[in-house]
Design a protein around this ligand. Structure first.
Ligand code: FE2
Length: 283
């Protein structure tokens, strides 16, 4: 799947951009299916909000249950002080997660197949296990910032193996909140871990500091401006960030995260499977 130069780039820089990985028809099918899921979703009285600025707000029962389900999470700014939506539901959703790739036929088809299986193998995942899928809306006007982080904070294995597969479903540019990466930053230590614990019969999650190395500033970062259909792969230790989307254009993206079955998956990771079997990238 990858040539030697691409593999060398990935190892050196910690990420790899693959333009035209997915045809327009597949992008359209995934986006249409995501909108159907949102349309059918009935927000409860206190809908789940996703925010990377306040992790505690985004980690209620719906969040933990979404490890083996399909849940919608709203933008931080989607509600006024009375709890009413400030935008139509389809424009107020932050993301859908986290098991569509195993539970929904359209997402399943997009997320599996021989090309992805070969790619994962070339990136070093000898026995890939796909733990999570996320459909990220990055809505026009209110799409929130995703602060600097390393994905290995959330899907920790020994040794580190988590690898991100980020599909641009629409053009991603600086003005609509494209991904920014720190080239070579995958050689920096894991700064924090998102830990789930059972305390007094309740699941609790918290971010635990591991290393005081500061996050990069924008002078060390590269904007990954890509066209719809591009796949960006990145190493689990690569620091990445995306700005709020204050433009009038959405920036839909879809991500998959996989680890290597040969590594040990931490039992303190928030995402645990109990009933839904884990699969690789094969169809
Ligand atoms: Fe990430």
């Amino acid at each position: 799947m990858l040539d030697a130069a691409q593999i060398a780039h990935y190892r050196r820089e910690g990420y790899l951009v693959l333009p035209d990985f997915k045809p327009a028809a597949e992008l359209a099918a995934l986006r249409a299916r995501a909108l159907e899921i949102v349309d059918a979703f009935e927000p409860g009285r206190r809908p789940a909000v996703f925010s990377t600025r306040d992790q505690a707000r985004g980690t209620g029962p719906e969040f933990l249950a979404s490890a083996e389900g399909i849940h919608c999470f709203f933008e931080e700014e989607a509600f006024d002080e009375h709890g009413a939506l400030t935008a139509p539901k389809a424009l107020a959703i932050n993301k859908i997660g986290h098991a569509m790739h195993d539970l929904d036929p359209v997402f399943d088809q997009f997320s599996h197949g021989p090309r992805l299986a070969a790619l994962a193998h070339d990136l070093g995942l000898a026995q890939a296990l796909v733990w999570q899928s996320m459909f990220i809306f990055k809505q026009p006007g209110i799409g929130g910032e995703v602060k600097w982080h390393q994905d290995a904070s959330f899907l920790d294995t020994t040794p580190t193996s988590v690898t991100g597969f980020w599909f641009a479903l629409e053009d991603a540019r600086r003005d609509n909140g494209c991904l920014w990466v720190q080239p070579g930053g995958h050689r920096t230590p894991l700064r924090e871990r998102f830990v789930r614990e059972r305390v007094a019969g309740e699941d609790r999650v918290s971010m635990v500091a591991l290393d005081r190395l500061p996050w990069p500033d924008l002078s060390q970062a590269l904007p990954v401006e890509v066209s719809a259909g591009t796949l960006v792969c990145f190493h689990g230790l690569l620091p990445h960030w995306s700005a709020s989307n204050r433009s009038p254009h959405s920036r839909h993206a879809y991500t998959l995260h996989a680890t290597d079955a040969r590594s040990r998956y931490a039992d303190t990771n928030w995402l645990q499977r109990s009933t839904l079997p884990l699969r690789g990238f094969e169809g």
